[in-house]
Write a protein that binds this ligand. Structure first.
Ligand SMILES: C[S@@+](CC[C@H](N)C(=O)[O-])C[C@H]1O[C@@H](n2cnc3c(N)ncnc32)[C@H](O)[C@@H]1O
Length: 304
């Protein structure tokens, strides 16, 4: 997909046919447009970009025959600290600010009032599919957010452990299990710092067939401990290697623009050497709705 090009009608039909209604519709240097079920979010750097994308969106919906319920606009500030929740731009202000998005038949709760992120990172779609194809017995979801990887794994019979600092996000994770009629009896939700949970799991000699590592660029725990992805990813991966099962998989992912897939691989090779372990690497197929280089950088390791 080229930059500044709206999703092709055939591709949109393919998504709908596989029961996926969460997708990137358009990407440009000054913003992008995403569909979440019946609602649309326009993320924009300038007012002019918002105006242009709104007009083009209207023409695109006529062309592909998709009728949206509401449009939300989300300003993209220069500093992450200035990020805000999307605001309703078009549609009934009396309806609640939640909806449900579907990805390959799994349902995820979307909340436009919860903050900058609405509840589902669509650029992890192929990685969630890979987890479903693997059907691991156990999955450890670090930085779980709304537990989408856990839901994907649970849908194919895995037992999961989801770890996130945010109790609210984990509560939304439980709701996502419920949305898919998945009981949570075989699943654990730990509201704590991944950097302290991983060594604790290692001490108990717990092992997982899949470990998901998708940290934020920066965070601060309730105890004031900071996580800075560029300097702490290595420590994180070394701790994750201690809890991955033989022949298990680790997903390395980041949105940090200074850490591309090559940098992730260099770091992973260093950690393997330090722990005298070996692994094979692979990347999932490129997302058909994201231009090359857009979306999270991701890399899978298969331990040997
Ligand atoms: C980028 S999101 C993860 C997205 C998730 N992997 C997904 O695909 O939906 C980052 C999450 O990490 C959590 N977080 C940040 N620092 C953390 C830490 N030190 N320990 C546990 N969770 C943390 C945040 O609360 C947030 O939910």
């Amino acid at each position: 997909m080229e930059m500044s090009q709206w999703m092709d009608a055939d591709l949109h039909r393919e998504f709908v046919a596989e029961q996926t209604d969460a997708m990137r519709l358009y990407t440009a240097p000054d913003g992008w447009v995403e569909r979440y079920g019946v609602d649309v979010v326009i993320s924009h750097k300038t007012d002019a970009a918002l105006e242009r994308m709104s007009t083009e969106l209207y023409l695109w919906t006529l062309n592909v025959g998709y009728t949206f319920r509401r449009i939300f606009a989300r300003f993209l500030p220069k500093q992450n600290a200035d990020r805000e929740a999307p605001r309703l731009m078009l549609g009934d202000a009396a309806t609640n600010l939640q909806t449900i998005a579907t990805e390959r038949m799994l349902r995820y709760g979307i909340d436009f009032s919860a903050g900058y992120s609405v509840g589902l990172f669509i650029d992890q779609r192929e990685n969630r599919r890979f987890v479903r194809d693997l059907a691991p017995k156990t999955l450890l979801n670090c930085f779980a957010y709304t537990c989408s990887f856990s839901v994907a794994a649970a849908s194919v019979g895995s037992r999961t452990v989801s770890v996130d600092l945010s109790k609210k996000s984990l509560a939304r994770g439980r709701e996502n299990f419920a949305l898919n009629a998945l009981p949570t009896n075989d699943h654990r939700f730990i509201a704590d710092d991944v950097m302290t949970v991983l060594p604790r799991l290692a001490r108990k000699e717990e092992k997982f067939d899949v470990v998901i590592l998708d940290p934020p660029t920066f965070s601060r725990s309730h105890k004031g401990k900071t996580f800075q992805v560029e300097s702490d990813y290595e420590t994180l991966l070394l701790a994750a290697i201690e809890v991955v099962a033989r022949e298990g998989h680790i997903l390395l992912s980041t949105n940090c623009t200074s850490l591309d897939e090559r940098a992730l691989e260099v770091m992973a090779r260093y950690c393997l050497k330090a722990t005298r372990r070996a692994a094979a690497f692979h990347r999932e197929r490129p997302l058909p709705d994201f231009p090359r280089g857009e979306g999270a950088s991701t890399l899978w390791m298969r331990m040997r």
